[in-house]
Design a protein around this ligand. Structure first.
Ligand code: ADP
Ligand code: MG
Length: 637
């Protein structure tokens, strides 16, 4: 509890201790004769003790011309009740209202803390080795790219980098939701935000602190609050209209029936006198005000979304705002990129067909030309080549997306890519009967051979499609720049409903547009990609999901949802989390408004007094908040 909350709790307790005997006296249960003014004075003690801040806020609201808020409702209702001589009820309403406020404050604070604990990846310091060989703690901001930092067991990795010495196991659960430790050793890259479990690591940093994974994730999570969902916007607009409406309605309820009664004599006979009639209607109006207090809904809707975003990020699913959570829950079509999304994107070279130069050389030229690209094919060719690349031998690199690479290696023009690239540079090529992705290589305008590479499906790819179907996704479509044969085999193996092959990145946008128009009115379309040359598609889809995207800035920028590891099962999980969250929001709205409607009706009929009203209000609020917090717990989904 914060200091403020402790203070409120103390005030509530003091007021309650005062209130209970006074109430018993005022109800005649304990026989003590006191004049009316003395009772009033005594009741004002607990009333002001517990409620002065509400009265103050209401007064400030009136002064700042922002009259109609909950504090105003509560103030008018309780002052009204007290003025009519219903001291006990007036005080009780204020007391219970504050109990509700306290509960809600604690609950919200707790879930906030929960989330920031889950997101506890902000590193406080980095260790660098000083000249004397001792470790120095420095602000991670001050570490320059390329410095060597030391990470001891139990410490957080402060900055992204590559291990130069040591081996250890890393806990990456804060980043990916994966609880199994990951073994790392020299030359492996480490991401900031993971925790070093066993050995001392020396790491050469590859980014500045601001550009490191942990900072990026925190930025993203912090900015998520700004992207409000339709339901949240609706609620705040609703409250802006609703509260004044309720106030005028209460005024009408207080004034119109007795006026009508006086003018027509209708219904007035039910009351002993005109005064009693007025009193009764004004009291009913006060009850009405208490009942109509919208706090349960106003609080629980944003809290549900907030908890949902937090629960998801705990599972390694970063959602950039509750509006995206909402869209995600309506997804009926999912389009996928192939490489790196459905397949591992780590190609094995299965054959090199060469002529006239030898196989090593074909591979060497290819790897050289690919030396700057981050495309999975490039990484794989470099790995297959296996030797460090002297970048001085390479110049004029041009990557043509969906085609391949043009570059100068040792001064010779080299083209490495698919058939389309060969057509583009006008080099006749050989067809290959092998299954797999064919990378043709041309040197100095002469065909030099092709490299057959093949990718493997991700382990969970099949299960992921099954999970999506179970989560209510009707259509799964793969969009790929690869050859028809490869695409068909993959689509068949994982059980996709559809695929499109030989697409350039811009064709993928067109495809998504076509899918969007076909699916109009039948739910939303999500596109899942790795962010490498598919950023335009990510932003064009109703919702863009980037996976395994911790490395790629473009993907983190363009996507609405970022999956921190590359497990395709997370796609269905994200959808289920969003469904659960939206379900809870709906439950809360219906439940709260339903209870309010019933109470309103009862009070208008004179069947519910203020006690019922405030109990209903606080009760609904507590239940709604507890329900909202369920959004945090999504591990088992
Ligand atoms: P995907 O849709 O599978 O992600 P891309 O659009 O990234 O595929 O690439 C489509 C095709 O273009 C690849 O299958 C490959 O033939 C060729 N290609 C793209 N980038 C490269 C590269 N860096 N080197 C060689 N070939 C490439
Ligand atoms: Mg791709």
């Amino acid at each position: 509890m914060t200091k403020k909350q402790k203070n409120l709790l103390a005030r509530i307790l003091v007021a309650a201790v005062f209130f209970v005997p006074l109430y018993l006296i005022s109800e005649g249960i304990v026989q003590v004769e006191l004049p009316k003014w003395a009772m009033l004075a005594l009741f004002l003690v607990p009333y002001l003790t517990v409620g002065w801040d509400i009265l103050r806020k209401a007064a400030l609201g009136v002064k700042n011309r922002r009259v109609f808020d909950e504090c105003f409702l509560m103030t008018v209702a309780t002052v009204g009740a007290i003025a009519l001589g219903e001291f006990g009820e007036g005080v009780a309403v204020m007391l219970l209202y504050q109990v509700g406020e306290l509960f809600q404050g604690v609950a919200v604070g707790r879930s906030r803390r929960n989330i920031s604990e889950l997101m506890d990846i902000r590193p406080d310091y980095a260790n660098i080795e000083g000249e004397d060989g001792n470790l120095q703690r420095v602000d991670p901001d001050e570490v320059e790219t390329g410095s060597v930092i030391v990470i001891q067991p139990g410490e957080k990795v402060p900055i992204d980098g590559v291990i130069v010495e040591g081996a250890s196991a890393l806990n990456t659960s804060a980043l990916t939701g994966e609880s199994k430790p990951m073994d790392v050793t020299v030359d492996d890259s480490v991401l900031s935000g993971s925790i070093n479990l066993s050995g001392v690591l020396k790491v050469r940093t590859t980014a500045e602190f601001e550009e490191s994974t942990a900072s990026k994730i925190l930025d993203l999570v912090e900015n998520a609050a700004a992207n409000k969902s339709k339901s949240e916007n609706f609620i705040s607009r609703f409250a802006r209209v609703y509260t004044p409406f309720v106030c005028y309605a209460a005024l009408a309820l207080a004034v119109l029936p007795p006026l009508l009664g006086m003018l027509t004599g209708l219904g007035a006979s039910a009351f002993a006198s005109t005064g009693a009639m007025w009193r009764e209607w004004v009291l009913r109006a006060c009850t009405f005000l208490v009942i109509s207090c919208p706090c349960a809904v106003v609080i629980s809707v944003p809290l549900s979304f907030f908890a949902g975003l937090g629960g998801a990020s705990n599972q390694g699913i970063l959602i950039k705002g509750s509006n995206y959570l909402e869209t995600l829950s309506q997804v009926r079509t999912v389009a996928f990129d192939k490489t790196g999304t459905i397949t591992k994107g780590s190609f094995e070279v299965t054959a090199v067909h060469h002529n006239p130069i030898d196989a090593r050389q074909v591979l060497e030229y290819a790897a050289m030309a690919e030396c700057h690209s981050s495309h999975p094919i490039s990484l794989s060719l470099r790995r297959a080549y296996g030797k460090p690349i002297d970048q001085n031998r390479v110049s004029d690199v041009r990557e043509i997306s969906g085609h391949g690479i043009l570059a100068k290696v040792d001064g010779a023009d080299v083209a490495v890519g698919n058939e389309r690239l060969m057509n583009r540079v006008g080099v006749p090529f050989q067809h290959c009967h092998h299954t797999g992705t064919i990378i043709h290589v041309a040197i100095r305008g002469e065909y030099a051979g092709h490299i057959v590479i093949s990718d493997t499906l991700k382990e969970n790819a099949r299960e992921a499609m099954e999970a999506l179907r179970r989560a209510g996704v009707e259509r799964t479509v793969m969009l790929t720049g690869d050859e028809e044969r490869v695409a068909q085999a993959v689509a068949h193996d994982v059980g996709l409903t559809d695929y499109r092959a030989r697409l350039l990145p811009q064709d993928k946008v067109a495809c998504v547009e076509q899918l969007l128009s076909e699916g109009r009115g039948r739910g939303k379309l999500a596109f899942v990609g790795d962010g490498i040359n598919d950023a335009p598609v990510l932003s064009r889809a109703d919702i863009g999901i980037a996976m395994g995207a911790l490395g790629s800035d473009a993907a983190i920028e363009a996507a609405d949802v970022v999956l921190m590891d590359d497990d395709p099962l997370k796609i269905a999980k994200a959808i289920r989390i969003s469904r659960k969250c939206l379900g809870i929001v709906k439950q809360n709205i219906i439940f709260a408004l339903g209870v309010k409607a019933v109470c309103l009706l009862l009070s208008a009929l004179g069947l519910a007094n203020m006690w019922v009203a405030i109990a209903a209000d606080v009760g609904v609020m507590v239940l709604a908040v507890l329900n909202a917090i369920r959004c945090l717990f999504v591990k088992k989904l």
